[in-house]
Ligand binder design. Sequence first.
Ligand code: UDX
Length: 459
Amino acid sequence: MAPEEGATHAVRRRVVLFPLPFQGHISPMLQLAELLRARGLAVTVLHTDFNALDPASHPELAFVSIHETLPDEAASPDADIVAQLLALNSACEAPFRDALEALLRGPDDVACAVVDGQWYAALGAASGLGVPVLALRTDSAATFRTVLAFPRLRASGYIPIKEEQLDELVPELEPLRVRDLIRVDGSDTDALCGFIARVADAMRGSACGVVLNTFDAIEAPELAKIQSKLSCPAFAVGPLHKLRPARPAAEHGSLHAPDRGCLPWLDAHPRRSVLYVSLGSVACVDRAAFEEMAWGLASSGVPFLWVVRPGSVRGTDEALSPPPLPDGLDEEAGWRRGKVVAWAPQREVLAHEAIGAFWTHCGWNSTLESICEGVPMLAQPCFADQTVNARYVTHQWGVGLEVGEEIERARVAEAVRTMMAGEEGDRVSQRARELKSPTDRCVATSLAIDNLVQYMMSL
Ligand code: UDX
């Protein structure tokens, strides 16, 4: 269907969406867009030039580029993440406001905007124009609780994180320990706290609702606690990737083209025999850690499918994909049991019966995708909310094991074998399969999107 078919005949209620331009944020926002559209709303997606979206991948939605001017250092793949988020917010505020104002002058009735929860500047801009605005949190309810608690954690000395407190439980945020709190290595603590404070202030000051990509079967207590801390309603509408209308190909909204050759490769493997390895769309590893992962996987004896994103091994030429392998690895029989791809059709991979476990950085989308398919996880959190998610995976839901802090080949091989063939691995695999039933029930019975749409229409 053409994006604006029928728009000339009647005034329609339009929702304006504004995703943060990173894969882990774009996917849930576009999944939400599809769900709103399927309930009869017109949807316009505003997007940045940075990591620009391809409108052709979603012909049913209207896209408008806002044309921001981002300083070169903030657009670089090596940019400090917190500095990048601050720069994006300041570069996008005015163009976002202009684009929203233009839509307000258009023929449709703008019911509300939904912007990523990290767009604090856009939250303020929309509410300044009198447009009701909701924030989409693309992370877990537990992470959102941590964000809201940050000023208290700083005032009570838990932040900056201190070595001697790493294993202390954080009051009111159990089961999180100090070591699980949100952190971004290499970023300044003041900058991180400043960013989080702006996000929390905008949420409280400007948002008339919070939308979370999570659901009761895994986070009911966290959701109840969040609601008690907010004066606006919170809607737990996840898992969005499962609820959105079925589409012919599963990976629309992807910034990279998936290598679908790994699916027939998986077909040739027995049930639950393959370890899927991916550290998501942003995390990078040092060359030394990459080599230890490679040797560890090769010597584990387990077949593996490994996503090595171009540019994800620090110090390696991005054009060389995959990066040069350690000397001698190619001749190892264990290495030849594996397959390396630059980008996988992850949701299809996780749903494949050959997958036995997922070695993951515990990004929230990856965590949800794994839980929904009943796949246990080997957790290797890298930064931001991933430490929070990993703690829930291993200690709250019991559906994963830790890889361990030190990425060293013998330890890696041991962790992989324990996951795929050891007693502990059996236990968490069983638990992952058990958690799938309440998850499926939540997906089948969810009315959360209808409640959200009803609320949007009442604004
Ligand atoms: C980071 C955060 O850690 C995450 O929690 C936050 O909410 C967004 O930013 P990211 O590194 O992108 O996320 O990880 P994740 O949230 O797991 O999202 C990655 C997405 O890319 C997933 O939907 C996954 O299916 C997809 N993906 C990844 C692929 O489709 N193919 C791949 O090869 C790798």
